[in-house]
Design a protein around this ligand. Structure first.
Ligand code: ZN
Length: 140
């Protein structure tokens, strides 16, 4: 598998400039919000993990990237990353199913299985600590 392509420093700069839309403020290319000092990330519009090998042989272009505000559009529950992660997992499941790679289900050990295992002593090999009395008579 070809590895994930990253944007070059120059490409990231071009994307940042593009997000300004001719103005001076960096804007989220997802929702258009002016980000100011808020953190942003350069996102692969199509997640690299979802790209066919043929695509990954080509050079990455800035048209394949977008600047997203970290809190508004990229991370978070409904953010792009979360959606990508779900799509990637689904694609893997689909691939495995199609290729007969599904992992057999693991047996959940029953209480009985657990009982037959030898008991482990966490203090094995350690010197025994001196015994202490629970109650000691106070000197009057
Ligand atoms: Zn946004």
């Amino acid at each position: 598998m070809a590895k994930r392509r990253e944007f070059t420093r120059n490409q990231r700069e071009e994307i940042v400039e593009r997000s300004k839309r001719g103005g001076k403020d960096i804007r989220c290319e997802g929702c258009g919000q002016v980000l100011g000092a808020k953190p942003y990330e350069i996102d692969h519009i199509i997640a690299e993990a979802l790209r066919p090998e043929a695509d990954k042989q080509k050079r990455l272009t800035i048209a394949e990237g977008q600047l997203l505000g970290k809190s508004c559009c990229h991370r978070g529950k409904d953010g792009k990353t979360n959606k990508d992660v779900r799509a990637i997992a689904e694609a893997k499941r689909r691939y495995d199913r199609a290729n007969g790679l599904k992992r057999p289900k693991q047996k959940i050990p029953s209480k009985n299985d657990l009982r037959t295992r030898p008991e482990r002593d966490p203090n094995k090999g350690l010197p025994e600590l001196p015994r202490r009395k629970l109650y000691e008579a106070r000197d009057a």
